[in-house]
Design a protein around this ligand. Structure first.
Ligand code: SAM
Length: 165
């Protein structure tokens, strides 16, 4: 599957390369081993939190309870499911690639949860300022030519609370 013909907005050439890279294989997909999609997604999540034990203490998923939460760069959606499990007031996730959004949507559906998932560029977040209480992003911002625009957009979108990037 490619971004072309998917109604995905064009992006600058450098970002096009980033999109093509992650569209071909999402971050951590190498750990997604198993017969069913559920088994593959669960294997990837297990490997993720074993390999990155500092991730949960950084994210503090439990803080999302009752809040309007945005995650930037959902990837395979392991963290996004953790946010969803906290019963946020609303949950929104974005990624540059349709592949990540599809995997994340599937992962949440397997857990009977949902999120507003959008294919978009973190530098051009299509949300009003102060739309969220908590903005979270892991392993994404360094893919930008300069981290300042996505950080500024995250902060603006998160005018009511904390940006955890
Ligand atoms: C290293 S992966 C991290 C994914 C996930 N957060 C994780 O920790 O597994 C980077 C992700 O960020 C997305 N990404 C990179 N640049 C982006 C941008 N400018 N806007 C939105 N998503 C972006 C990629 O498509 C990819 O899914």
């Amino acid at each position: 599957m490619t971004a072309a013909g998917n109604g995905v907005r064009p992006v600058p050439a450098e970002l096009g390369q980033v999109r093509a890279f992650w569209q071909a294989r999402a971050c951590g997909e190498v750990y997604a081993q198993g017969e069913s999609l559920r088994e593959r997604l669960e294997a990837q999540a297990r490997a993720r939190y074993a390999l990155e034990p500092y991730l949960r203490p950084f994210a503090r998923f439990e803080d999302g309870c009752g809040l309007d939460v945005l995650e930037i760069g959902v990837g395979m959606g392991a963290d996004h499911l953790e946010w969803a499990r906290q019963r946020p007031r609303t949950l929104t996730g974005v990624d540059l690639t349709p592949h990540a959004v599809e995997l994340t949507r599937a992962r949440l559906a397997l857990d009977e949860r949902s999120s507003r998932l959008v294919v978009t560029d973190a530098e051009r977040l299509p949300f009003r300022d102060a739309s969220f209480d908590l903005v979270y992003s892991w392993g994404v911002i360094h893919h930008s030519r300069t981290p300042r625009p996505p950080c500024a957009r995250s902060s603006a979108c998160c005018g009511r609370g904390a940006a955890r990037v």
